[in-house]
Ligand binder design. Structure first.
Ligand SMILES: [Zn+2]
Ligand SMILES: [Zn+2]
Length: 246
């Protein structure tokens, strides 16, 4: 059964979008502390891997047994196409390689690729709330944890490409708007859930495994790597407390 989207979905979609803008502010307001952003990347990576493999993938196959598996891989490969194939240089986190941005179109290709990814962040939140409040909240947490780093990424790409701070901030806002559009899509077309949910699951798995985890693995020492386990553990703790068992 598909029910209509509760108001919490809109609110949390807006909060997630606000976190994109906050990430943009962290970069454009020069002296802001930003070292903590990588902790969100590590926690978010563990939480997202957990939520995709234990909630989104099983639910996708349950909702759409025939084409769910194909849509999962299409979602996964879609982000590979728009973030890492069409775009020549992209990685999560603060961009410092100005030399990679000598061609004027590259930052806007990054923005487009990230915009498609963030649209599915919103689809994930909206789809989750169409299934249950529990899943909606879990997908909100999964999205929220990487939203500040996402704003940091796009704003720093723009600055590295020589764009103004306003363009950098507007780009972060643009990503937030894409996420809200994803939530609105699910409000308008809830019957699309069996198709959009597996796509969003594939997108989320790609973002966790290839955008976030490599950034964690670049960090020396075990502290950052350990946070990935904490992120996954947090999901199981929340499920134990609120979701009726591990
Ligand atoms: Zn770079
Ligand atoms: Zn995202």
């Amino acid at each position: 059964m598909v029910h209509s989207l509760p108001w919490t979905a809109y609110l949390l979609g807006a909060v997630a979008a606000g976190a994109n803008v906050f990430g943009g502010i962290v970069i454009t307001a020069r002296n802001w502390e930003r070292r903590y952003v990588r902790y969100f990347v590590a926690l978010g990576a563990g939480f997202m891997v957990g939520v995709t493999l234990t909630e989104m993938v099983p639910e996708s196959l349950h909702r759409n047994p025939s084409s769910g598996p194909l849509l999962l891989i299409i979602g996964f490969l879609l982000v590979h196409l728009v973030e890492h194939s069409i775009v020549s240089h992209f990685h999560f986190g603060e961009e410092t390689h100005a030399e990679e941005f000598s061609h004027g179109h590259i930052p806007y290709s990054v923005l487009t690729g990230l915009g498609i990814h963030t649209f599915f962040d919103g689809v994930a939140i909206g789809s989750g709330f169409l299934i249950s409040d529990w899943l909606g909240w879990m997908l909100f947490f999964a999205v929220f944890m990487h939203k500040i780093p996402e704003g940091v990424t796009i704003a720093s790409v723009m600055l590295a490409a020589g764009k103004t701070r306003s363009v950098a901030l507007l780009s972060a806002l643009g990503l937030g708007i894409c996420s809200i559009a994803g939530v609105l899509l699910m409000a308008l077309f809830p019957l699309g859930l069996p198709y959009t949910f597996p796509l969003a699951a594939g997108v989320t798995l790609y973002v966790a495994a290839t955008d976030l985890l490599p950034e964690v693995n670049r960090e020396p020492g075990i502290a950052m790597a350990s946070l990935v386990f904490l992120g996954a553990g947090l999901l199981f703790a929340l499920r134990y407390i609120f979701g009726g068992g591990v």
